[in-house]
Design a protein around this ligand. Structure first.
Ligand SMILES: Nc1ncnc2c1ncn2[C@@H]1O[C@H](COP(=O)(O)OP(=O)(O)O)[C@@H](O)[C@H]1O
Ligand SMILES: [Mg+2]
Length: 254
């Protein structure tokens, strides 16, 4: 099995006259935390979306190494890509995308229920992840009754509960103060690379990127450099994660 969970080559994506990606080659190693940095408009989000099968590039390919073999993400149809995203990937965005009318545990459980797991079991897994992320006692609060950092940890729990092989985070700390940002980043690393999973994080925050194991720099739709931060790996492994991760959908009804 390849040690690269994702391999992208020759990615090109334009929006009208804007060349968001102008030829990107990138290999993401299994279990690494990769930060994608660059100025606003440099193509970070577009790259993340291509890697995750959200956006189809105009040219180039992305492949994903799953337990079952290599999947050519760019060759999949809309439905198959949607299924891949639900089952193999987790997503954390700057803010929002949690459902405000639902409680913390319902938001997390929803990710499993979409994969066919019955509610009671999904909520049990959800509670396990919330506790692991330091949110015990807050499971039944609605999102609006949580602080920004707490809500972001609910989003991390939701991204993780399905056992996602890769978590994609786009400016996950962009709306948080620096202390909360450090705490959220620690939770994100512990629940991904701390468990042997892979994290790809888009950020323009040097502190956030500095906690990752590798940084690539983008400019004008290209990768222009690659670095290993001085304090690579710091922050991983500090908190416990639940012993059991929810199974992928194939077993979800069992
Ligand atoms: N859906 C879209 N429609 C039109 N232009 C877009 C779209 N998405 C991104 N772009 C443009 O592509 C370029 C790269 O955008 P993006 O990948 O979002 O950069 P970043 O995340 O680094 O800020 C920018 O010029 C942006 O305006
Ligand atoms: Mg962006």
């Amino acid at each position: 099995m390849s040690s690269f969970v994702l391999e992208a080559s020759g990615l090109v994506k334009s929006f009208g006259q804007t060349h968001a990606l102008a030829g990107v080659d990138l290999r993401v190693r299994t279990g690494e935390s990769l930060a994608i940095m660059g100025a606003s408009g440099s193509g970070k989000t577009t790259l993340l979306h291509c890697l995750a099968g959200i956006v189809r590039p105009d040219a180039g390919s992305v492949s994903f190494q799953s337990g079952a073999g290599r999947v050519e993400v760019t060759g999949l149809g809309e439905r198959e890509r949607s299924r891949l995203r639900r089952e193999a990937f987790g997503f954390v965005f700057q803010q929002g995308l949690l459902i405000p009318e639902l409680t913390a545990v319902e938001n997390v459980a929803l990710a499993l229920m979409l994969n066919g797991m019955p509610r009671a079991r999904a909520e049990e897994y959800g509670r396990g992840w919330l506790a692991a992320l330091g949110l015990a006692g807050m499971e039944d609060r609605r999102i609006g009754q949580l602080s920004g950092g707490q809500a972001q940890r609910v989003a991390i729990a939701r991204a993780q509960v399905t056992g996602a092989a890769v978590v994609f985070a786009d400016e996950p700390t962009g709306a948080l103060d620096s202390a909360t940002s450090a705490e959220v980043m620690r939770a994100l690393l512990d629940s991904t690379t701390g468990q042997g999973r892979t994290l790809v994080v888009v950020t323009h925050d040097a502190d956030v990127a500095g906690r990752c194991s590798r940084i690539v720099d983008m400019r004008d739709g290209r990768i222009v450099g690659e670095r290993v931060p001085a304090r690579a790996g710091a922050g991983a492994g500090a908190t416990a994660a639940p012993a059991a991760t929810a199974p992928a959908s194939a077993e979800a009804g069992a």
